[in-house]
Design a protein around this ligand. Structure first.
Ligand code: TYD
Length: 133
């Protein structure tokens, strides 16, 4: 199965613009507990470099573009996000790295739980060991 799981959201568009609605357990596969977003990103400074033990997330590039590398400990795949109507599902135990941010990149992330540093695996070696279990 591909490591890249994309969610395509309905776009309600008319001459006034486009509207996309995101709803817990409907077009988002978990109950949303937290939303955060990344702005003023630097193309030369990649981010992420961690996995989560339990947390599930959906990343949506609302403006501009960026690249995600997804790594389950066995395989790696990358994807360019560049549509506000597409979400990238980031399951638990998926190492992810973000890079190549365009100047206008606005990256929004929906998360299944509150921020908890103890849910992070920030050491790639530890991630590989856990992924092999
Ligand atoms: P970090 O995990 O390093 O960001 P990224 O994965 O994009 O590289 O987070 C940056 C800082 O923000 C770090 O001090 C943790 C903090 N943070 C919160 O306080 N709440 C949150 O919801 C998130 C995602 C991060």
């Amino acid at each position: 199965m591909s490591l890249i799981q994309l969610l395509e959201f309905d776009q309600k568009g008319d001459e006034r613009g486009t509207l996309v609605a995101l709803e817990s357990l409907k077009n988002i596969p978990f109950a949303i507990q937290r939303v955060y977003y990344l702005v003023s990103l630097d193309a030369k400074q990649p981010r992420g470099f961690h996995a989560h033990k339990q947390l599930k997330q959906v990343a949506i590039c609302l403006s501009g573009s960026c690249t995600f590398v997804m790594d389950d400990g066995h395989d790696k795949e990358d994807i360019i996000l560049q549509s506000p109507a597409v979400g990238l599902y980031i399951a638990e135990m998926m190492w992810h790295e973000m890079s190549n941010f365009s100047k206008d990149c606005v990256l929004m992330v929906l998360a299944s739980d509150y921020y908890d540093e103890s849910d992070y695996i920030r050491c790639y070696h530890e991630f590989k060991k856990r992924a092999a279990l």
